[in-house]
Design a protein around this ligand. Structure first.
Ligand SMILES: [Zn+2]
Ligand SMILES: [Zn+2]
Length: 205
């Protein structure tokens, strides 16, 4: 066993270094807890191996991608879905604080189906990943409900910034109808602070 920082000889280059993370990798399969070779020797060997086998590695990766195509597609879809849900959650969380209302994933999906069935941005008309845009920005007191939303691409969304601009061809008539037809998931206020009872001094002591 080596005490932490005790000198330890690398079995590869025979040089002596203190047994710390700076010079050695941890290795739980070695009874001393540290790898036999110093970091420099380990890295050099690994890099050489990677260089010499670059062709094999590329071929292996390519084959893995081909065999796991469905898995990769599913993973990408899941990641996109999670990002979207997270954005909606984030808006709702911020808006809840200002009591600005909420919209649900169903609201957003229905909005997309109506205003951007082929995935084009309402502002620039390009086919891009569409993001949630508030017609009247939240910062100007716009509500966080579906009747105040429009699908815009990230570029147009950022360019619009804190302006009020309605790019919906029907001036939001569909969105307004949607707000009435689909139920909101209204949640209770996040936290009700418990009332602090002040104890008389002699009892608290
Ligand atoms: Zn070494
Ligand atoms: Zn756009």
């Amino acid at each position: 066993m080596y005490a932490y920082g005790e000198p330890k000889v690398c079995t590869k280059c025979k040089r002596e270094f203190p047994a710390t993370e700076q010079y050695y990798y941890r290795d739980k399969y070695q009874h001393c807890g540290w790898s036999c070779w110093c970091k420099k020797c380990k890295n050099a060997t690994r890099d050489r191996w990677t260089r010499e086998n670059a062709g094999h590695i590329r071929a292996y990766k390519r084959q893995w991608r081909q065999e796991n195509r469905q898995h990769i597609i599913a993973q990408k879809r899941e990641r996109r879905h999670r990002t979207k849900c997270h954005i909606i959650y984030k808006f709702n969380r911020e808006a809840r604080v200002n009591k600005a209302g909420e919209f649900t994933t169903d609201h957003w999906k229905a909005l997309l189906r109506h205003y951007a069935p082929d995935g084009t941005c309402l502002c620039c008309g390009h086919k891009r990943e569409l993001t949630v845009d508030h017609v009247i920005p939240l910062s100007l007191g716009g509500p966080n409900t579906v009747d105040n939303l429009q699908p815009l691409c990230q570029e147009c969304n950022s360019a619009k910034y804190t302006r009020t601009a309605d790019y919906r061809p029907d001036d939001g008539a569909f969105a307004k109808a949607l707000a009435d037809s689909l139920p909101h998931q209204l949640r209770l206020p996040l936290k009700i602070r418990p009332i602090q009872l002040e104890l008389p001094l002699d009892e608290a002591a």
